[in-house]
Design a protein around this ligand. Sequence first.
Ligand SMILES: NC(=O)c1ccc[n+]([C@@H]2O[C@H](COP(=O)([O-])OP(=O)(O)OC[C@H]3O[C@@H](n4cnc5c(N)ncnc54)[C@H](OP(=O)(O)O)[C@@H]3O)[C@@H](O)[C@H]2O)c1
Length: 265
Amino acid sequence: MKQTILVTGASSGIGLLLANKLHQSGHTVIGTSRNPEKYNLPFKLLELDISSDKSIESFTKRLFSQIESLDVLINNAGYLVSGLAEETPIELGRQQFETNFWGTVKLTNQLLPYFRKQRHGKIITVGSILGLIGLPTVAYYSASKHSLEGYFKVLRFELNDFNIKVSMVEPMGFKTNIGDSAVRSKVKIDDYDLLRKQTAAFSKETFDKAPTPEPVVNTVLKIIDQKDPKFNFPVGQGASFILTLQHYAYKAFENSILKRMRKAA
Ligand SMILES: NC(=O)c1ccc[n+]([C@@H]2O[C@H](COP(=O)([O-])OP(=O)(O)OC[C@H]3O[C@@H](n4cnc5c(N)ncnc54)[C@H](OP(=O)(O)O)[C@@H]3O)[C@@H](O)[C@H]2O)c1
């Protein structure tokens, strides 16, 4: 069945690949970007900055002046603040939450009245494996994604009677522009010199080896097709193993990360 689908952050990476695939399959796709004028894409791209209340409000008005109903919201827009926790200024952490958590929640809230009125819909949010586990240098990113897990877990219950399905997709590392557009802390505390070196080598190794994001896109497509999707969809090689290890053998999980970090440096 052809549907009307909103994909936030459709100018790059996962969102771009997803929006293109959905458009090619014949769905009506509305994508978003903070700078839509920069792109020439086969689907409609509207301006939206999810860290701005004003932008969310004017975007919603424009959206519903152009479409009659919305079947699926894909909350994909987001970015990465990286740096060791103590070396990352709180303000960078706040901004991380303004976009990844509050921006996603505010946009969802703005669209909920429409979903409730039509008594159907799907809300699919791109979280991260880092919303289910923690790794060094991504404290605020990981916290923002953990927060999304908690928020949407609750929302799923509350929207159940309205036939609105809520799911999360939790990708491992995939090659997109997330590394290039990451905001990195410049603060350096001498005590962390060795750890900083180890974590930098570990994340370079992880990013260099990362595959392109087709598996994430295929997972979202699967959720769109399912009548009653479950909540969590971890994606990527080793995701299930890592989650099982964390759940049943936390120490072993920690030790394997520490070992890999030390080896990478
Ligand atoms: N790549 C990975 O390894 C990975 C792993 C786990 C989860 N994720 C998640 O996947 C999602 C997509 O990221 P990606 O990897 O595809 O990165 P990307 O290539 O950098 O794409 C990020 C997208 O988000 C948009 N965006 C960023 N800040 C925004 C804001 N304030 N308001 C509206 N749009 C904003 C960007 O659009 P404009 O710049 O055009 O506005 C862009 O289209 C993110 O939520 C990310 O956390 C990625």
